[in-house]
Design a protein around this ligand. Structure first.
Ligand code: BG6
Length: 281
């Protein structure tokens, strides 16, 4: 079942409820901000202080970073992580699948506003399948006559029991760029987090696992060979108005991306897709 809902300030979202799970997706940003499989804990972390307001990014869930990840390369006055997460998308398809999952498709295309900050014609579709697993596919189509460069991320905030309890598997031997020190390194064991982390890993296999005590989350990706690991830690949490001071203790971002060396060029008429499937056990 799919319901169109609206907060009192006019902010619109879709609520999906089916045999397997429940999810909430904001039309602004095509932003999945809740997903919960029946009888399992919530997969996504959502800040209790998150803004659900026009033109503001939601702190939590799965922000879509497009057409650039992080700061704009040449113009730092442009919005961090691009404009997709603060722009209204359109729901173009909804379907109940045979296995009881629900497929939702949202679309964003160039407009007078986007052309002012990114001079390309494009269409982007986000396919979301809400089922026992959560799948996302971002399909970027170049409708222009010139090639464009994109860096993207499915900037997922995972809900965790405590930052001290988690480990991240699948990064061993991978090189990473540490945005805090602006230096490059190689990961030499399972990653555990005990201070601020802001890294872009170039991954070797498209499979990463987040262990949280007895809970495990599998992250299987396609069309991506980088993953961003981010936790703001205490001081930066305190500085963010849309996050509680100790919010960092219960979240970690593992962002399937096309970042840094994994930035992509999309030729006219071509499509680039980046996909991820999350499983919980
Ligand atoms: C991460 C970046 O992906 O997103 C960090 O690597 C950034 O540098 C973080 O601080 C959050 O960004 P924002 O714009 O949502 O506060």
């Amino acid at each position: 079942m799919l319901e169109h809902k609206i907060f009192t300030n006019g902010f619109k979202y879709i609520e999906v409820t089916n045999l397997h799970a429940q999810a909430k997706i904001a039309l602004q940003g095509a932003h999945v901000f809740e997903y919960k499989v029946k009888d399992k804990p919530a997969l996504l972390w959502l800040s209790s202080q998150a803004y659900f307001e026009e033109s503001k990014a939601i702190r939590g869930g799965i922000p879509i970073c497009f057409p650039w990840f992080g700061k704009h390369k040449e113009d730092s006055s442009l919005p961090q992580h691009g404009f997709a997460r603060t722009t209204l998308w359109e729901l173009v398809h909804e379907e109940e699948l045979e296995d009881g999952s629900t497929h939702i498709r949202l679309k964003l295309s160039d407009s007078e506003e986007t052309l002012k900050v990114w001079a390309y014609k494009f269409e982007v579709y986000l396919d979301v399948v809400v089922g026992e697993k959560l799948s996302l596919g971002l399909h970027i189509i170049n409708n222009d006559t010139k090639a464009f460069e994109v860096s993207t991320a499915l900037h997922t905030y995972f809900d965790i029991s405590h930052i001290d309890n988690i480990s991240i598997e699948g990064l061993d031997g991978c090189s990473y760029y540490d945005a805090l020190t602006q230096t490059s390194h190689v990961q030499n064991k399972i990653l555990q987090i005990n201070s601020e982390v802001d890294r872009v890993y170039q991954i070797k296999e498209n499979s990463v696992r987040l262990n949280d005590g007895s809970k495990q989350i599998g992250i299987e990706s396609k069309g991506s060979s980088s993953i961003v690991v981010w936790n703001p830690w205490k001081e930066k949490s305190m500085a963010m108005l849309d996050m509680l001071d100790d919010g960092y203790l219960n979240m970690v971002c593992l962002e399937t991306s096309n970042a840094r060396e994994d930035t992509r060029i999309v030729q006219p008429t071509q499509t680039h897709s980046i996909e991820v499937v999350y499983t919980q056990s």
